[in-house]
Design a protein. Structure first.
Length: 467
């Protein structure tokens, strides 16, 4: 199994899990589980602004940020546009410092004004690696954002503040962010009336727990909280049968779990919950649950290969495959676009389960002499599968996306960083370290596809593409 642990989680004195500490010394390290009841069904709720990161980019699909992308490009440049003739134009660093100072001054601010400032701040830290610029004042920035998160005058202000907190943590994963924000985020996730605010709080907690705490116990506590949301169909956070909230909890669970070494305490409970959520009528819940099922089975295969003992869970494999195939065929009750999305995602899951491979694996044969020529078993030229096609390009390197854990990390970060994902893959060492267990190959001219993928940024980074 790939080493999916974050370096900070392995620091001395921080790696003993909460459940392990509660067991006698003689039983620590065992693979016991604490199964609980399975969840009910989720009805289709209102759709979130962005589907949880379950899709790879295609050649026809660019990295759009949000509805604020175009307007914020204009607003964050407004200061430089107003500069007098002959005066130097403001840099993005200067504009960022202005936004931070203006956000901190709440005495005479309005809801509309704070919303605009938050959108401007979010745009700048998404599209630039701002770690060095905010490192010295990150505690004050988080305190300011929490004021809008806890007492914002509108759902839009709270949502933007939550997104800003998440991206602040990805730029500068300081431990103080977890200490200041984690518990308030749980409260907001429960008390917020708006569905999108709950979704944004879930992602903010996932990033804070993994990258800003350094403690396995914090990640495990979050897994338990997310599992409660999944099993109750959102009821525990006052979001009964909310498709977007349950889908976000599923996506966040895979994101966090993929970076924890030992999942033996969670496997049986989680597998039951994910299989049950395949009965949901919300397509994002279906695809996220399917991806998590594939992830758990992949972890079990790897653990059995390494230790001779698989994860301890039982399920009706025939019933599981029957449901996945049924979903993959699509339903006429949903749009063609959604049917295509579900079919693509779940066929990947089905192949992973049946053939023991990771996401994006192609069984198409190629000619070993001329890799650009399709192979053919009949003439003896076909010798190898094309194999894993999903790769994350960072400058002239390709990171192979060959596990469901890497897949979840890439898609979740793509969702959170939007149009700035490519820039952060190149400039942000924290993002690069997140993919530290990925196999890397140098991109050569021969390795390029016939039609080069459209670049996500001028710095040649952050494009997830078939190769």
């Amino acid at each position: 199994m790939h080493d999916l642990r974050k370096k900070a989680l392995l620091e001395s004195g921080k790696t003993t899990s909460r459940k392990a500490r509660s067991r006698p010394e003689s039983t620590r390290g065992s693979t016991t589980h604490s199964p609980v009841t399975s969840p009910g069904h989720s009805r289709p709720g209102s759709r979130a602004n962005s589907r949880p990161g379950s899709r790879y980019a295609s050649e026809d699909e660019g990295f759009s940020d949000s509805e604020y992308d175009e307007t914020m490009t204009m607003s964050t440049n407004s200061a430089s546009d107003d500069a007098a003739d002959g005066e130097p134009r403001q840099s993005w660093v200067e504009r960022l410092q202005d936004r931070i100072a203006e956000l901190d001054d709440r005495k005479r601010s309005s809801v509309q004004g704070r919303t605009g400032l938050l959108a401007g701040y979010l745009h700048l830290i998404r599209h630039h690696f701002a770690g060095p610029q905010i490192e010295g004042s990150v505690s004050e920035i988080v305190d300011t954002l929490l004021k809008s998160i806890k007492g914002g005058g509108s759902a839009e202000e709270r949502s933007l503040a939550l997104k800003s907190l998440t991206v602040t943590a990805l730029n500068c994963p300081a431990e103080s962010i977890f200490e200041q924000a984690f518990e308030p985020l749980k409260v907001v996730c429960h008390d917020a009336q708006d569905e999108e605010v709950k979704v944004d709080a879930i992602y903010a907690m996932a990033v804070a727990a993994i990258y800003c705490s350094g403690f396995v116990a914090a990640a495990e506590d979050l897994l338990e909280f997310l599992m409660d949301i999944i099993e109750s169909d959102g009821n525990v956070v006052e979001a009964e049968d909310s498709g977007p909230v349950v889908a976000a909890a599923l996506q966040a669970w895979g994101f966090v779990a993929g970076q924890i070494e030992d999942l033996s305490d969670w496997s049986e409970e989680a597998m039951d919950a994910f299989i049950e959520q395949l009965q949901s009528t919300d397509i994002d819940v279906q695809t996220s649950a399917g991806s998590n099922v594939a992830f758990l089975l992949e972890v079990s295969r790897d653990q059995e290969e390494e230790t001779g003992e698989a994860l301890n869970f039982s399920y009706n494999s025939h019933g599981l495959m029957q449901r996945l195939n049924e979903l993959a065929r699509g339903s006429k009750s949903i749009s063609k676009k959604d049917r295509r999305h579900v079919r693509t995602e779940l066929k990947d899951v089905i192949q992973s389960i049946e053939e023991g491979v990771g996401p994006g694996y192609s069984t198409v044969l190629y000619d070993e002499v001329n890799p650009r020529t399709p192979g053919n078993k009949a003439d003896g030229r076909g010798g190898k599968h094309l194999g894993y096609r999903k790769k994350l390009r960072v400058r002239d390197d390709l990171m192979l996306i060959d596990t469901w854990s890497l897949n979840s990390r890439a898609e979740t970060l793509r969702l959170l960083l939007g149009g700035g994902f490519g820039t952060h893959c190149v400039d942000n060492p924290h993002i690069i370290n997140i993919f530290g267990d990925a196999e890397v190959e140098t991109l050569t001219k021969e390795a390029l596809p016939k039609k080069s993928p459209r670049k996500a940024s001028k710095k040649k980074g952050g494009r997830i593409q078939d190769y």
